[in-house]
Design a protein around this ligand. Sequence first.
Ligand SMILES: [Zn+2]
Length: 450
Amino acid sequence: MRYALTVVQKNAPTTPVRDLSSAEIGTLVDYFQGGVRTPKLLAVLQELHERKQWVLCGCSGAEQLVERPALVVARTGEGKLYIRNIPSRPTHSLECPFAYTPTTSTEIVDRGLNADIARRALADQPPTPATLRSPLDLHLAPALGATSGTSAPTKHRDRTPSGRGKRYPELGKVLFYLMEQAGMLTQTAEFELLKSFHFMAKAAQAILAFGAVPLSDVLSFSPKTLDSLTRRVKMHSASGEKNAFGMAVMIIHEIESLGAGKYELRRTSSEESWSCCPKGEVKIMAKRSISKGPFIAAITYAVPLGETEPVPFHVFAVPILNRNRTLPVESDLERRAAISLLRLFDWALEKKGLKFTITKPVFDVQAPMGDCRPDFVVKGLSRTAIVEVMGMMGSEEYEEQKSRTIPVMESLAPVVQVDLSGSLSKSELDNRLRDMNKAILNVIFNNEPR
Ligand SMILES: [Zn+2]
């Protein structure tokens, strides 16, 4: 090992405590690369964990300790210790044995991490073309791991009271992958809706829909191209492809229940009016009430058994900030907070020339104290703030959950909490949102150490 691995205290990460011995480094490398757990490894992990220490890697050549990649020992729910990278720190050099490479779920199982971690990774790891099932059968198995709804669109509750993530339906995973590639999960100053759909089309080239057909060949972003989409699906279907389907990813303005488990999806603008009634399931990503759109929705098109014409099948819909900004929001309260964040965003850019980004994590984020899923992550040039929208204060279960997850988030970045629960007057609501904005500015642009 050519590089020093320096141990520091988590709460004093600029002061070196000691360097790891080459024997200690060897056990860590064996574990990190091959999943080998030895008593020696356990002793190293235990010591680091008990003493609340991080290991800083010298591979990148960074002089300053704060600029080095950092590893932390964490404990699983079952009490097993493991070591992992802290994603908010700089990354390792490519050839470093501790360099993080995204793994597929199978690899994670093979690495000997315990089943709980593997399961959670399956549930919450951001998908890649390799982990998206191939060939996809989105119209046949849309609801993998999710419940189906009959009386209301199924709200996909990704955060159960235990804080454990649920699996997104396959269709949801594909949509989030495409949205991520399109830059839609982060609001930046450069974001343009039309351009982002272009990036989405490009990303879809890497995914096989069925047979040898790339998803991009059977993808539509507007009602205008739906005819050509269904023509291609019909053609593939008629030529014996049982799994033929197409997918539309579109901004939907309203979703209305028609009863008996049926819904109408509508696009309404001055130029167009379009609607459809999907034959299959309609799922909406929401953790609390969502009373109105817009949404971004993935709609599959396929030929039902015994028929010849493709019809809209299943839907996974994600509430978004507004018609031009696709930042996901999971409740009406979150949308209110996001609108306020956006005002701050525009103000900082126009009046101060300051840029920041707003991200909505849709998968778990690794923090030094465990995995968490903040409501929003706001990033300045060098500082990050987490925004948590409190909307159900008074519910014991909810408060208990928050009291556990807030410290985990605090280990990642300062958390700005905004309580929008109860019946607030317009001015009370505005005051709280203004306080939220002030607190965020303070965290991401001031110069005091946090
Ligand atoms: Zn390294």
